[in-house]
Design a protein around this ligand. Structure first.
Ligand code: 9PG
Length: 513
């Protein structure tokens, strides 16, 4: 394996291959960025494949051919989607998607693959900002820059390492660099299997439906597995108290029921988000994150939502109490923390952290979560992956699985974070190297059920096998109590693939991703 040393802007040599770096002319520096740009000659031939890691959990991340075109939203859809903030789920509002064949970009790491040889470029420190890699196959130039956003005024030095070798060699080398240089090390969590309520009932959950799901699942799940209650239990996004119309016994009663079956209890929340009509906004309008003098509209879920300002002492005190209640009073073992990118859409332009970049703010937000959760388990979701390294136990590495294969044509054009089983398969496959290195990968739930689903039996099984093979977090969202003999046997097979990483035939992936 070659360790390619990158020191400032000096030319470097790695084995046969020379990787040249040069300073970029100021007018070529993209608008998101301030000072430090590294340019590397990384020629590629038509047989090479390239990978650029997407902005956050849900952003489509797959290997591309040098002549592929990666699109964001069509301009007209961008315009139509503007009032809904459709671009704000991803990086569409702060990075440039050239949409020319051969132009790609990604965050924190990227690689070129020539057969089995990977040339990996990766950041070993994102605490001063996101490292953005942009590539143009026509020139063979890879630009590496720190995302400053407008107004960031901080140290923007790059912390890049590069390696050439086999898949395991280069990813092991990167993670050893992360540990020695930045102290980033995966948390010692164990793989976890179980159930999530979301893709079974979506937000339509009550104490009764959750109890019925628990009855069914506990017949099949094993001791120590996870039963996770998703979105729908709370008073509103922002007010993390039980909705007593739906959960009159309160959430502690659910935890006790789950524990009495020998299962771990998990709960969903989106701690940095607050829905438009939440009582929290009426009580504390000053807690919202402001940009250009107005609260930053973060997206259209739950009728529209905003972000909380993690620099507001009231917000910090409030969230600390929320976690104390959920984890210590109610006794949940795991929290699924979602829509985390909400915390840092922009650099910090006020207060004591003035001038920090959005990536730096995101890392700070993730550290706060770990502090508030102590040693309880965190599943990160809707989160930029680099800032989650070493801080969450489990992390969703792809978009939401959908009940159909690839969503509607129209939705596919909206952004790169859409709900899609097909994309979820690609994401989980192409981010597989993070599993067990950065955290344990959550590929999202699989389905074996035949009702309330549009996936064909083949699609369901393909997806489930990818989840079992490449994930360390293996949840389903079926009424497991209704599994027939065949489904029980399929479930047992999947657990077996998952537990012993027994190789299963995934040759279909070639055509798919
Ligand atoms: C609960 C859900 C589930 C799910 C999460 C997240 O509009 N969007 O782009 C969008 C993407 C994902 C999403 C919701 C909306 O789902 O991934 O598992 O917890 O929230 O609301």
């Amino acid at each position: 394996m070659q360790h390619i040393y990158l020191f400032g802007f000096r030319p470097i040599r790695a084995g046969e291959q020379e990787i040249r770096m040069k300073k970029l002319e100021p007018d070529k520096i993209s608008k998101t960025q301030a000072a430090s740009v590294m340019v590397i000659d990384l020629p590629c031939s038509e047989d090479d494949l390239l990978f650029f890691n997407g902005y956050q959990t849900w952003t489509l991340s797959r290997e591309v051919k040098p002549d592929d075109t990666i699109r964001n939203s069509r301009p007209v859809l961008k315009l139509i989607g503007k009032p809904w903030g459709t671009q704000r789920y991803g990086d569409g509002f702060f990075t440039h998607y050239p949409e020319n064949a051969g132009c790609f970009h990604g965050f924190t790491y990227c690689y070129r693959r020539r057969g089995d040889t990977y040339t990996l470029f990766a950041s070993y420190d994102e605490s001063n900002g996101y490292t953005i890699f942009s590539y143009d196959a026509a020139t063979g130039e890879l630009h590496i820059e720190k995302d400053a956003g407008f107004g960031a005024d901080c140290d923007l030095s790059l912390h890049i390492c590069a390696f050439e070798g086999t898949e395991d060699e280069v990813f092991d080398a990167w993670f050893s660099e992360l540990e020695t240089k930045s102290g980033i090390k995966r948390r010692p969590a164990e793989p976890l299997a179980g159930y999530s309520s979301w893709y079974n009932r979506y937000a339509d959950i009550t104490d009764e439906t959750i109890s019925a799901d628990l009855d069914g699942c506990s017949k099949i799940l094993k001791e120590g597995d996870l039963f996770q209650i998703d979105d729908g239990w709370q008073q509103s996004v922002g007010v993390w108290e039980a909705n007593t119309d739906k959960f009159p016994r309160g959430m502690k009663a659910s935890v006790d029921d789950i524990h009495s079956r020998g299962l771990l209890a998990g709960l969903w929340l989106a701690p940095f988000s607050v829905q438009k009509d939440s009582a929290l906004i009426k009580e504390h309008p000053d807690w919202l994150l402001v940009h250009d003098g107005r609260p930053w509209y973060t997206g259209c879920n739950w009728g529209g939502f905003y972000s909380l300002d993690i620099d507001n002492p009231g917000v910090k005190k409030y969230l600390k109490n929320v976690f104390d209640r959920i984890l210590n009073e109610w006794g949940f073992d795991l929290v699924k923390l979602d829509f985390l990118y909400s915390a840092a859409p922009h650099p910090t332009l006020a207060g004591s952290n003035y001038g920090e970049s959005r990536g730096s703010r995101m890392v700070r937000a993730m550290k706060l979560l770990r502090e508030w959760c102590g040693d309880k388990l965190i599943l990160g979701c809707g989160v930029p992956l680099g800032p989650a390294f070493g801080l969450v136990d489990y992390c969703r590495v792809g978009c939401d699985a959908s009940l159909d294969w690839n969503n509607t044509r129209m939705m596919r054009l909206v952004n790169n974070e859409i709900v899609s089983t097909r994309n979820a398969i690609c994401d989980s496959y192409y981010r597989r190297q993070l599993d067990g290195r950065a955290f344990l990968n959550d590929p999202d739930v699989f389905f074996l059920r035949e009702d309330n689903i549009k996936l064909t039996p083949e699609e369901r099984l393909m997806h489930a096998k990818v989840c079992a093979q490449y994930g360390s977090f293996l949840l389903t969202s079926d009424n497991m109590g209704e599994y027939d003999k065949q489904q029980l046997s399929d479930y047992a097979d999947l657990r077996n693939i998952w537990e012993v990483k027994k190789w299963t035939d995934l040759s279909f992936l070639k055509a798919l991703c």
